[in-house]
Design a protein around this ligand. Structure first.
Ligand code: SIN
Ligand code: MN
Length: 200
């Protein structure tokens, strides 16, 4: 396992082996059944190219009313709990003091991307953000804490885990594209990114 520090982003290449990745996918299956992926709309009315859902006490959502955390799936049900295996990754890499209350699940199909943005809908930025990559390779772009300026990119592969804390907590980041079909982890291809956060 290689560890890479890029602008404060703490990147663990290959943190999860193939068996662990498969186990995570097995854990996610009932969650996706209970809280199906939906296509979010930005406050300006644009459909996002990723589909998403959440596990945890709260889930991150966006629609015409804005970006926020809420305790219910857009269809009305409570979010499923965060699987123990995912919580343990957080406890090992992020904090043993507090568990995350949100695990955002983003699904990138061929052509999906995520524009440069900051994670700033949380109440307390002293808690880090932990991101887990599963499935197809993704070109991850890292910017600055203000918009603009030089950026750097790195390919994230299945099993990589990224911790965004300290100076990187409010850095702009995004996914330019995925390399469809580079992983066999998901039966239909594509990429899942799990983002663990302390929202409230
Ligand atoms: C995000 O920043 O919300 C997702 C990052 C990723 O998909 O790697
Ligand atoms: Mn983000």
């Amino acid at each position: 396992m290689a560890r890479l520090l890029l602008r404060g982003f703490d990147i663990r290449k290959g943190y999860l082996n193939t068996a662990a990745q498969g186990q995570l996918i097995d854990d996610l299956r009932p969650i996706l059944k209970a809280a199906p992926l939906f296509r979010p709309v930005t406050p300006s009315g644009k459909e996002m190219s990723v589909r998403m859902t959440s596990a945890g006490a709260v889930g991150w959502v966006t629609d015409r009313s804005g970006y926020r955390y809420q305790s219910r799936h857009p269809k009305g049900g409570a979010w499923p709990g965060i699987p123990e295996m995912i919580l343990n990754i957080w406890r090992n890499l992020a904090s043993t003091e507090r568990d995350p209350d949100c695990c955002l699940i983003n699904y990138y199909n061929e052509g999906a991307r995520m524009g440069l943005h900051q994670d700033k809908d949380e109440a307390d930025f002293s808690w880090p953000v932990l991101s887990i990559s599963l499935g197809d390779d993704a070109l991850f772009r890292i910017g600055n804490t203000t918009r603009g300026g030089k950026t750097e990119s790195i390919w994230l592969n299945s099993g990589d885990v990224v911790l965004m804390g300290g100076p990187a907590r409010l850095a702009f980041h995004g996914v330019d594209r995925i390399r469809h079909g580079t992983s066999k982890l998901l039966p239909k291809g594509g990429r899942i990114n799990l983002t663990l956060r302390v929202a409230h």
